[in-house]
Design a protein around this ligand. Structure first.
Ligand SMILES: Nc1ncnc2c1ncn2[C@@H]1O[C@H](COP(=O)(O)OP(=O)(O)OP(=O)(O)O)[C@@H](O)[C@H]1O
Length: 842
């Protein structure tokens, strides 16, 4: 019999008497008779159904795990991988526990109209886990912290700007990458050091996550603009109308907003202490991103935006369709998270953008030549590529789109006294382009969990991390990365609502409806709605004109405050399984307003759990994130670096945990080959934390949790539909791993029955969802409307999916955005026979 999809009769409710005994199937007849006898005997003894695992007391178990911030807690047993294998001798009993067998349950009938059996998550596992040698690098000294060897003014920054940064951002000393790259980007006129290139050149910046790359490219741009403000050639009145001087492109909307926020802070500089004039007031920052109102963006572009932050799809849209979008004077183009920008879906937009810029900027360069601002600003467009990872694509793009770029990395500290990079170091580094590096102080762990134990292991990890935390002991702040939007919705819903079934639950519409409200196709929300945001200034004007009494105004403000509070409360939920911990979710299919609010709310939160897709993996500076859990491995190795990089930022500590299936251990070889360190924590070590105080039994609490999750799914057809959708999205996402990882992640390695358990499903759904026919039309044109992990067309199909689900609760799964490489052919031909095989063995 295969490793564990054997009969199990674990009581779903634990307190109802058995109505009939479901016959075990499969295996040898002797075993079946033995099981029935053993179960009958136990019913007689106990008088009510029990799970065998409840009475098991594995001798090697330690005492209950106290709450801890470290994932590696109790790591002395870290090599004890197979707690379930240790029980192999008990197979005849351990395989089977008794219940009224979901076959008789109302819920099971509701879902299937037929008997259903429930397998134990602790049945023996015959799977051999190969040993893999990983790098056990002890946690090192912080490698992305600010240095104490130089100052910002020392590396050439304007004094006012440096002071302002200190006051507003509490940033006083540069990090290694800032120390090396800022003098180069400040340009030859700044004359900081003799080794700075004599003319502005294109630059590739590679530095660890959380090392301050945003300021590295923003500070020189702002510095050179404020430096030019006294230039007589630049008439103050015409400064705004000069058009866009710098474009910063990012792959995600949240990252674009984050960059804009930093930019606005830098530009809020007070009057100069030297001239008495307000600095930088003429420099107008702006943003264009998918999901926002295109009309208002157009209006802002018409007035003139000097530094523009945007996502590629919307940027290209404006370049093609907004006549008043002036880019002829463009001097800087920054590609933040460059390698992501060049991945599937973005590459064509990028090429089209570069082509348009090449054509338009050339004309303008000749018009403005002779202007003395050109001495301060780069003489022609300077392109800056920036990322923590440098893929082959980036290097290919660098070869075609950048002119003689300089490569600057944070790997080596600059030795010279002023902290100025010398050309020898730069030249040497050029030859050592390294793809991946993570902060030295980051602790990187992994756990090999069988599919059926994944969900309880995740629960144990989360529960133990938050247990016993109060106001005095700082609770952690975590991000759990999942492979699909469906999976994020499922896990967020599960941890928020499981165990609360008796209370009024959110309806499907309430849960999902909020995702799509105000989210029309182009993000061009009704213009009239723009003023709905409470505006107390205009409200007070109305008080005067309409003679509204103070009381009425007060009441209105109270209502507005209450509504805002209510809206904020919806951004996160609190569940029963991990009590009092705010649970957030973030993915590309949420309405833009909800995404933005969630992002800012999670930034503000002192602790909590964010379930997210890779939309949160790139560039987001989420303050104080202490732990990262990669519950689904990333679909690309470099995303591993970006995901774990949400913690251990700027010299702070951090811990990351990677979940792998036994069939995926070879992934560790890939990580090791890239020099990425890892240390194992066993499933047992983690699950033991579920054991109650003074008990060694972790299997019963784990089984109870699993049962409670399964009951939650069975509670309503909507819950079941969400779980099944997440299951299929998981299977589909397996097809998105690149060919170099196919030997690790292959659908045929998946045990679908066990995977189902990890979605709290008692068996794998047998309906293979039919992918929707690909639509044609503008939304599908590559390069048009492409944003982050989604296309406009996909957002549309998601809406349709929701409508269909509301009308009839059944699974209609379509291609998801974040599994874009998924090939229908592979999926059907592989999963189909697997399901047939599974049916036969039953
Ligand atoms: N020199 C500095 N001193 C102190 N704080 C800094 C310094 N430079 C940047 N920071 C802060 O560090 C945080 C991380 O910066 P940033 O987001 O730019 O990192 P990053 O290298 O771009 O990371 P990622 O690769 O994840 O995008 C920000 O909050 C920023 O304000």
């Amino acid at each position: 019999m295969d490793g564990g999809l054997v009969l199990n009769f674990a009581a779903p409710t634990g307190d109802s008497a058995p109505t009939r005994l479901a016959k075990p199937k499969g295996g040898r007849w002797k075993d079946r008779v033995k099981v029935v006898k053993s179960v009958k005997r136990r019913i007689e003894v106990a008088g009510r159904p029990q799970s065998y695992s409840a009475s098991t007391t594995p001798s090697e178990h330690s005492t209950a795990g106290p709450s801890t911030h470290s994932f590696a807690h109790d790591s002395s047993t870290s090599n004890d991988r197979s707690h379930s294998r240790s029980n192999n001798n008990d197979m005849d009993i351990d395989d089977y526990s008794y219940s009224e067998a979901a076959g008789g349950s109302k819920e099971a009938k509701m879902m299937h109209g037929k008997s259903q059996v429930q397998s134990s998550i602790f049945s023996p596992d015959t799977e051999i886990i190969p040993k893999v040698k990983t790098i056990h690098r002890p946690v090192g000294k912080p490698s992305n912290a600010p240095l104490n060897t130089s100052t910002f003014t020392g590396i050439g920054l304007d004094q006012d700007l440096a002071k302002h940064m200190e006051a507003k951002l509490r940033v006083t000393m540069p990090t290694t990458i800032q120390q090396k790259a800022i003098p180069v980007l400040l340009g030859p006129t700044r004359k900081v050091g003799d080794d700075i290139p004599k003319t502005d050149t294109d630059v590739i910046i590679q530095a660890e996550t959380g090392s301050g790359k945003t300021l590295t490219y923003l500070l020189p741009i702002v510095n050179r603009l404020i430096e030019s403000e006294s230039s007589p050639a630049l008439d103050l009145e015409s400064k705004r109308s000069i058009g866009t001087l710098a474009i910063i492109m990012t792959p995600t909307r949240e990252l674009a907003k984050q960059i804009l926020q930093v930019l606005e802070t830098l530009l809020s500089m007070p009057a100069s202490s030297i001239t008495g004039k307000k600095r930088s007031h003429w420099i107008v920052p702006g943003i264009v991103i998918g999901g926002d109102k295109k009309k208002s963006e157009k209006a802002r572009l018409r007035k003139g935006v000097n530094i523009l932050v945007g996502t590629p799809g919307r940027l290209l849209d404006h370049l093609q369709n907004t006549k008043s979008f002036e880019v002829q004077s463009l001097r800087w183009l920054v590609l933040d998270e460059a390698d992501r920008l060049l991945e599937l879906g973005f590459e064509e937009s990028m090429t089209a953008i570069l082509k348009i810029l090449d054509a338009r900027v050339k004309i303008a360069a000749s018009v403005t030549s002779g202007n003395d601002t050109t001495k301060i600003w780069p003489q022609k467009r300077q392109t800056v590529l920036c990322s923590a990872t440098l893929s082959d694509e980036v290097q290919r793009l660098a070869g075609t789109s950048l002119v003689d770029p300089i490569y600057i990395s944070a790997k080596k500290e600059v030795a010279n006294a002023n902290g100025i990079p010398d050309s020898a170091v730069l030249a040497q580094e050029e030859k050592q382009v390294q793809q991946f590096s993570t902060p030295e102080q980051l602790k990187q762990l992994y756990v090999i969990a069988q599919a059926k134990l994944r969900l309880v292991t995740l629960t144990a990890l989360l529960k133990s991390a938050f247990a016993g935390k109060d106001k005095n002991t700082k609770a952690p702040k975590m991000v759990v990365f999942l492979s699909s939007c469906d999976s994020v919705d499922f896990h967020h819903g599960l941890f928020s609502n499981a165990g609360k079934e008796t209370k009024k639950e959110q309806t499907h519409d309430e849960y999902f409806g909020q995702s799509f409200e105000n989210d029309n196709e182009d993000g061009d929300d009704d213009e009239n709605k723009e003023d709905e945001i409470p505006d107390f200034v205009s409200a007070s004007n109305r008080i005067n004109t309409k003679a509204i009494t103070d009381e009425m105004y007060k009441a209105k403000r109270e209502t507005e405050r209450a509504n805002a509070k209510k809206a904020r409360a919806q951004l996160f939920l609190k569940g029963a399984i991990i009590p009092d911990v705010p649970l957030f979710r973030l993915h590309g299919n949420l309405a833009q307003a909800l995404r933005t609010d969630t992002y800012f709310e999670f930034c503000k939160a002192t602790s909590g759990i964010l379930f997210a897709t890779d939309v949160a993996a790139r560039g987001l500076d989420l303050p104080d994130v202490s732990h990262i859990i990669q519950y689904d491995p990333p679909s690309d190795l470099k995303d591993y670096v970006h995901r774990v990089g949400r913690t251990a930022r700027l010299g702070r500590d951090g811990e990351a945990m990677l979940f792998l299936l036994p069939s995926e251990v070879k992934y560790l070889e890939l990580l090791t080959a890239q020099g990425l360190p890892n240390e194992e924590v066993s499933v047992t070590t983690i699950l033991k934390r579920l054991a109650p105080p003074k008990s060694t039994d972790y299997q019963q609490p784990a089984t109870d949790i699993q049962n409670s999750f399964e009951r939650y799914n069975l509670h309503t057809p909507e819950n079941m539909a969400i779980a099944r959708g997440a299951f299929w999205a998981f299977v589909k996402s397996y097809a998105t791993h690149p060919s170099s990882e196919k030997h690790v992640f292959h659908i045929k390695n998946l045990h679908l029955g066990h995977i189902a358990k990890s979605f709290a499903l008692r068996e794998a759904p047998s309906d293979i969802p039919q992918p929707k026919k690909k639509k044609t039309g503008a939304g599908h044109r590559p390069g048009k409307g492409v944003e982050e992990d989604e296309t406009r067309a996909n957002r549309k199909s998601q809406k349709e999916r929701e409508k269909e689900e509301r009308a009839k609760p059944k699974i209609v799964l379509k291609r998801k955005n974040d599994v874009s490489e998924f090939a229908v052919g592979d999926y059907k031909s592989l999963v189909g026979p697997m399901l047939k095989r599974k049916k036969k063995t039953k």
